[in-house]
Design a protein around this ligand. Structure first.
Ligand code: UTP
Length: 409
């Protein structure tokens, strides 16, 4: 191994990698060296330190956030707003991003989550196909082919592209589909050490859906949008089979309220539901996780009996293009998750642990909202907007999502 690489490892307390040298071929060694040169070990050290610190108690002023209930709008107002949105969509200024860079660990499907199929009343439907169905429906309705950008990760990019090519993009115009790849961060063990994967490279994982801003900035996406005169971009998850991501109402409402970010919500079923909800924190829009919302606040209701903190985040966001431009170099906080991950031992043995053994660091897309004074929130109905495929069984599983999907057909 080159001296400068050994020095990097020593300076950053990662000498354990040198123990693997006897089992590496010259090609593997070279690959590892290249990877080491690219890793920001200083940042990794800071992230490791952050796992040992207790969360800081900052002065937090939590308040409810304003929202509009789709079903409380009168017909004339609804039409007015929808017309604003429709005009923008049919003039070709609207695009869609699907975030598909996640690992889908809870579902446990081999391959990218979008390649998972549900058995529905419309036959076998891949998650990507369900998205294309919505795009095709919009094509008929608005007479335009909406550009579709798909965020992948290094881990699943090749498989995602291959799958969609093989399926011929489910007959969507492939010229309108573009992929971009998000960044990665190494996993570290409880001593802050990086680990090796079966293929003898340092094990890295996608840096969370908050990696979207940097990934967009480093790709051709922004210039492509500019060239197409895209003004508004809807961003949603690959796994919500009811995502209504071509929504003139949210668009019209966001424009009318003069905001640059819009989001959809559904009502929290009960104060104890384990979901993140929209609020204002220190005057800025924020999503607060159930764990961080004090119990008495979670129970508080307004004079109509609605929970003050009852707007559940369903991962459906609308951005003006300027937001994506402004956030190109945003630094979001990373959240550490303690997970199970297989690792290589210096003797070449690959170990699959039974207990969590590594930290994975993820940024969240909505952590950027605090940079804005306000956002538009449109409350819809859960059964019309939200049916995620997260777990293998039970809640938010293929079974529950299929039922909800079937009901909407
Ligand atoms: P989740 O956080 O639910 O993760 O992602 P996941 O990968 O689907 O599932 P688990 O947690 O590993 O079981 C919400 C959305 O954000 C995307 C996912 O693809 C999904 O559409 N995502 C997540 C990314 O695009 N990149 C990431 O790094 C993480």
């Amino acid at each position: 191994m080159e001296k400068k690489i050994v020095d990097i490892l020593k300076q950053n307390h990662q000498e354990q990698l040198l123990e693997f040298l006897p089992i590496l071929t010259p090609e593997e060694e070279e690959k590892l060296e290249q990877q080491i040169e690219k890793i920001n070990f200083e940042q990794l050290q800071q992230l490791y330190e952050s796992t040992k610190q207790k969360p800081q108690i900052e002065e937090k002023k939590i308040e409810p956030i304003k929202y509009v209930d789709k079903y409380k709008l009168d017909q004339a107002k609804k039409e007015e707003l929808e017309n604003i949105g429709r005009k923008i969509i049919s003039s070709g200024q609207y695009a869609v991003i699907t975030m598909a860079g996640g690992q889908g660990t809870r579902l446990g499907h081999k391959g990218p989550k979008g390649t998972y199929a549900l058995e529905t009343v419309n036959g076998k439907k891949y998650l990507f196909e369900i998205i294309v169905d919505t795009l095709k429906k919009a094509q008929k309705e608005y007479g335009v082919t909406i550009p579709w950008y798909i965020m992948t990760s290094k881990e699943n990019h090749a498989q995602t592209v291959k799958f969609l090519e093989e399926k011929q993009f489910f007959s969507y115009d492939s010229q309108k589909v573009k992929f971009f790849v998000q960044g990665e961060l190494p996993l570290i063990d409880t001593n802050g050490k990086v680990i090796l994967d079966q293929n003898k490279t340092i094990k890295e994982a996608a840096d969370g859906n908050g990696g979207i801003y940097e990934a967009i900035a480093q790709s051709e996406v922004l210039s492509d949008m500019k060239q197409k005169n895209t003004q508004w971009i809807f961003v949603s998850n690959v796994d919500n089979v009811l995502s209504n991501f071509v929504d003139p109402l949210l668009l019209g409402l966001t424009v009318k309220q003069n905001q640059k970010i819009g989001a959809k919500s559904v009502v929290k079923t009960n104060p104890k539901e384990k979901v993140g909800v929209f609020c204002k924190m220190n005057g800025k829009p924020k999503i607060i996780e159930y764990i961080d919302l004090p119990e008495e606040m979670a129970e508080e209701r307004d004079e109509d009996g609605e929970l003050f903190y009852g707007e559940v985040n369903i991962g459906n966001y609308l951005f003006h293009r300027s937001v994506l431009e402004n956030l190109a170099d945003v630094k979001l906080p990373y959240h550490a998750a303690f997970k199970k991950s297989g690792f290589l031992k210096p003797n070449g043995e690959f170990v699959e642990p039974n207990e969590p053994n590594v930290y994975k660091f993820e940024a969240f897309i909505f952590d950027s909202f605090v940079r804005y004074d306000d956002i538009t929130i449109l409350r819809g109905k859960r059964e019309e907007e939200f049916a995620p495929v997260k777990n293998k069984e039970g809640n938010d599983s293929p079974e529950t999502a299929t039922k909800l999907y079937n009901r909407q057909q």
